[in-house]
Every structure is written in structure tokens, then in C-alpha cells.
Write a protein that binds this ligand. Structure first.
Ligand code: PAF
Length: 322
């Protein structure tokens, strides 16, 4: 073959390659409220890696930060964002059955919480999302919530009286804080730091991984390890997006969701192990000895109300889970 003929073939091959139809790529956007270095960031990154690899580049997972959780769930419901990865904070306003998980002192420890969420109890709750125009894909984790504030050391329940505490937009949590005599102030996480800086609120409550990842030590001096409530997280997706996935791609998506759950829980465990020392090092005053029974007693009126208003049978199944 002459040189010019070989060159011409090379040009044709290049043109042909460029003109070949590219494999169509579909983007799935997942929004979550925390930095990429957080336990949610770890979960979202694991999902992205697993799903993009399994689908050979036909899907791209676009991870975005949005620290207004209610807004993200609304966007998933109307379909402008495909998936939400966040706490159950605002989720009870969309799927009321989920509120049972937000009851204070319901879960004994991480093993209890993870076991219940992975059991048929967790599956049944995920099954409630469909009727509300959402798909509950899998349970993830935020962690046990602890109280921080800028006013005083909290040692006993009466120390909470009169504190203006930012809560999530969650009726179950708000009732607990008002029962303790605090002034619960619900707001999106996006508004929290300015509210603490301006003194609109004195305190807030969040798990150690959140306090560490968001440097809340810069605006809060006192931390008490109340562990007053377990905060589940969840991956919620838009039903139309899930239906568009082929059977094989849906299986790959579920596999990716399980990878996300594992990475997220591993990061919570790691942050729990190192976070308290890290917050002390950053200057927080930490109360570790908490009389849990005294807090539970102080919440007696709230517990009676939860029993009346929430699904008592599911609450008992969760408490009895071994
Ligand atoms: O406090 C909250 O709103 C939530 O715990 C957070 C930090 C957004 C994580 O889900």
C-alpha cells in the first residue's frame, strides 16, 4: 500500500470513529447536605464508583451538596433531582410512618439500629414510600445525636431548660425538646451556622461525624454526649427514574446502594472512634458522663404522646429486637 493510500485510510478511520454515534450517557444527580469528606460523602462516592463501573459508562452519577434536606426531598418528589441522601429529619413530613424511627432513646446502640433497619421492619418502612411518590431505596446512617450549646455545661435534664435549640424540621424531636423545657427552633441545616453566630439559637444537636465535618466547634463551646436519639439516613429516589432503569441496571443500582451503606457506616464508626478527642483538641468542653435514665424520666410525657400518635406495635417490635 502506498503511503498516500495508507494516510487516506487513516483519515477515513479517524473520521469514521469521530462520526460513530457515542454511547448515550444518562446522568443521575444525588444531593446530600454534607461535605464530601463526611459519612454521606463516603456513601455517595461508593455508590457512584460502583454504579458507573457496573454500567460501563452509560450512567454518570453527579454528586451535589444541598444542605436544605426538605427542599431536596421535594425536588426528588417532583423529579428535578433524581435522589436524596440525607437524614430522616424532614422525611416524616412526607412519609409519616418513618417518624417511629425518630423517637428518643429507642435504639440501644449502633448494632441495634443497623440490625432493625436491615430487618423486615426497615424493609416495611421503605415500602411506605411508594404511596407518597418516592422510592425508599436503602437505609444509611447519620448517627446518635448529641447536644451542643454556647451557654453552659449540660449535666442534667434541668440544664436544658430555657436553651434555644435548633432542631430539624421534625415534630418528634421538637416535642422532646419542648418537654425538657427548651425552646426548639426548627430550621434547615443551611441556616444553622448563621443562627448560632447571631445568637438566634444557643445550641443544636447532631451526631459526632456532623459536628466534626462542619467544624461546629467554631460556634459551640459545650458538648454533652446525650445520645438522645439515633438519626437514620436514607437514600430516596424518584420513582420514574427507577422505572426507567432496565432490570439489570436496577440490580446494579441496588448493589451500588449496598456499597454506599457499607462505606457510610464504616465512616460513621471511624468518626465516632476519633471524633470526641478531635473536638476536645479543637477546644470543646465535653461532658461524657450522662445520666440517661434521668433524661428518659424527664421525657415521660413525650413518650406517652408518641405511644398515642405513632405506630405503637412497630415501636414495641423495635424495642424488643435482639
Ligand atoms: O441536623 C441536620 O439537619 C442533619 O443531621 C444534617 C446535618 C443535615 C445531616 O443529615
Amino acid at each position: 500500500m502506498t503511503l498516500s493510500r495508507r494516510a487516506a485510510l487513516a483519515v477515513l478511520a479517524a473520521v469514521g470513529f469521530a462520526a460513530a454515534p457515542a454511547v448515550a450517557q444518562t446522568t443521575i444527580t444525588i444531593q446530600h447536605p454534607l461535605p464530601s469528606s463526611s459519612h454521606y460523602g463516603a456513601g455517595a462516592a461508593a455508590l457512584k464508583e460502583s454504579f458507573e463501573r457496573a454500567t460501563g459508562g452509560r450512567y454518570r452519577v453527579n454528586i451535589q451538596r444541598n444542605d436544605n434536606e426538605r427542599e431536596v426531598v421535594e425536588s426528588v418528589q417532583i423529579g428535578t433531582v433524581e435522589c436524596y441522601l440525607g437524614s430522616t429529619g424532614p422525611v416524616g413530613n412526607f412519609v409519616p410512618a418513618v417518624r417511629v424511627l425518630d423517637v428518643p432513646f429507642l435504639f440501644r446502640d449502633y448494632a441495634h439500629a443497623r440490625g432493625v433497619l436491615d430487618s423486615d421492619i426497615g424493609q416495611q418502612l421503605l415500602g411506605q414510600f411508594q404511596a407518597r411518590g418516592l422510592v425508599g431505596v436503602i437505609w444509611l446512617e447519620n448517627g446518635f445525636r448529641h447536644l451542643t450549646n454556647s451557654r453552659r455545661e449540660v449535666n442534667v435534664p434541668t440544664d436544658v431548660r430555657g436553651l434555644k435549640v435548633r432542631t430539624m424540621e421534625n415534630q418528634v424531636h421538637m416535642r422532646a425538646f419542648s418537654t425538657l423545657g427548651a425552646l426548639p427552633t426548627p430550621m434547615a441545616f443551611s441556616e444553622l451556622v448563621p443562627a448560632l453566630q447571631q445568637g438566634t439559637v444557643d445550641g443544636q444537636e447532631n451526631p459526632i461525624p456532623v459536628i466534626v465535618a462542619n467544624n461546629l466547634n467554631q460556634v459551640q463551646r459545650y458538648l454533652t454526649l446525650t445520645g438522645h436519639v439515633y438519626s437514620p439516613a436514607i437514600l430516596i429516589c424518584n420513582p420514574a427514574m427507577m422505572q426507567r432503569l432496565s432490570q439489570a441496571d436496577r440490580a446494579a443500582f441496588m448493589e451500588a446502594a449496598r456499597a454506599a451503606q457499607q462505606a457510610n457506616r464504616d465512616k460513621v464508626t471511624a468518626d465516632e472512634n476519633s471524633g470526641i478527642e478531635e473536638l476536645r483538641r479543637r477546644g470543646m468542653q465535653v461532658v461524657t458522663q450522662v445520666d440517661t435514665a434521668a433524661f428518659q424520666q424527664a421525657l415521660a410525657a413525650a413518650f406517652a404522646q408518641y405511644e398515642r400518635e405513632l405506630d405503637g406495635a412497630t415501636l414495641r417490635r423495635i424495642r424488643d429486637w435482639r
